[in-house]
Design a protein around this ligand. Structure first.
Ligand code: FAD
Length: 316
């Protein structure tokens, strides 16, 4: 059994999802390799090694939009080495490469997986449907390799013993469809990263207006947390998409998730239901968010949040 994990470089490091998938891959039988796309370097390779990669296939696309060339090179590597399982994350490049590879190899892609297991040469993939209330296990019957796209935070990234992987440099072919990246835009945000934060305070339509998000900013700052949002308020233009939690936004798994004026639609729940402790503030006692919350406050966010802020300030 041989598992390969797609690992794109983000700010000089393997993506968080790559380290999560490598941790999972090393728990499966057999050997593990990473397909590393980016400038690379000893630190990045060491991180891949510590998380389970025994071998790294390194591709450096420079300023070229990577997917076309990477998928072409990856198809050749697959033909030469015959891995059994390829794991990709949900990031744009991951999905772009997985789709192109699927077409090149004529293999299906199983997407949105929350778990994967192997039994001999058979790969099984777990998906959650109906807002995470039902788990579906799919056994891959197609010829290897199985191509699986995994949700963020499906696994917890944990480094094992330090290990230096074998690094194989892979030249990328020239592709007719290649495009050049002309500008990169780094999103500037204050406070902790939403996906990495220990505490997330999220707001929904119940806040009433964009300016009321300043209440959440205050609360999050006092708690050392990050601010998230529902799609309803992102669509309304109150906050940027980068703050959206849920099916078509980010998946978060903080120790504490505070849902303020959020109804608890299943598309929101799939992005936060695995949080440690969920606290909901909603004026409607029947709101579905209370069905997943550990602590529920039935009340008006405009009264409850300022009171919380004052209480936290008073504690110093
Ligand atoms: P509402 O459902 O309108 O809920 C507002 C809540 O605020 C209500 O429960 C109300 O009782 C409460 N409230 C009102 N006033 C107050 C007050 N003063 N004090 C306290 N409580 C108050 N949604 C996401 O969040 N993330 C996604 O990624 C996402 N992806 C989607 C993908 C698809 C394909 C589709 C179809 C939908 C998706 N949605 C997503 C949208 C989702 O279905 C809901 O519409 C959305 O989550 C609702 O947002 P909300 O809870 O802010 O608003």
């Amino acid at each position: 059994m041989s598992t390969w994990v797609f690992a794109e470089e983000v700010n000089g490091h393997p993506s968080a999802s790559a380290l999560e998938m490598l941790t999972k891959a090393r728990s499966l039988d057999g050997d593990v390799a990473a397909i590393y796309v980016g400038p690379g370097g000893d630190d990045a390779f060491a991180q891949l090694g510590a998380h389970g990669a025994q071998r790294v296939f390194h591709m450096a696309p420079g300023d070229e939009l990577p997917a076309a060339a990477v998928a072409a090179a990856l198809a050749e590597l697959v033909a030469a080495h015959a891995p059994d399982l390829l794991l990709f994350g949900l990031a744009a490049t991951d999905r772009d490469v997985a789709g192109r590879l699927s077409a090149r190899l004529d293999r299906p892609v199983l997407s949105n997986a929350v778990d994967v297991s192997t039994d001999g040469g058979t790969v099984s993939v777990v998906n959650e449907i109906l807002g995470g209330t039902t788990r579906v296990v799919t056994q891959v019957k197609a010829d290897a390799p199985a191509i699986v796209v995994v949700r963020q935070k499906a696994f917890v990234a944990e480094p094992g013993d330090a290990a230096t992987p074998e690094v194989v440099t892979v030249d990328l072919p020239a592709t007719e469809s290649s495009a050049i990246i002309v500008e990169r835009h780094a999103e500037i945000s204050e406070g902790p990263d939403l996906e990495a934060a220990d505490i997330v305070v999220s707001g929904g339509r119940g806040l009433g207006a964009a300016e009321h998000f300043s209440l959440l900013d205050q609360l999050a700052e006092l708690l050392g947390g990050a601010v998230g949002a529902t799609r309803a308020v992102v669509d309304a233009g109150w906050v940027p998409y980068a703050m959206q939690v849920g099916q078509t936004g980010k998946t978060v798994k903080p120790n504490v998730y505070v849902a303020c004026g959020i109804s608890g639609a299943m598309q929101h729940l799939v992005g936060m239901k695995d949080s440690g402790t969920i606290i909901a503030i909603n004026k409607d006692a029947e709101a579905p968010i209370f069905g997943v919350s550990d602590l529920g406050i039935v009340g008006d966010v405009h009264k409850v949040i300022p009171a919380l802020v004052e209480a936290l300030k008073a504690r110093g």
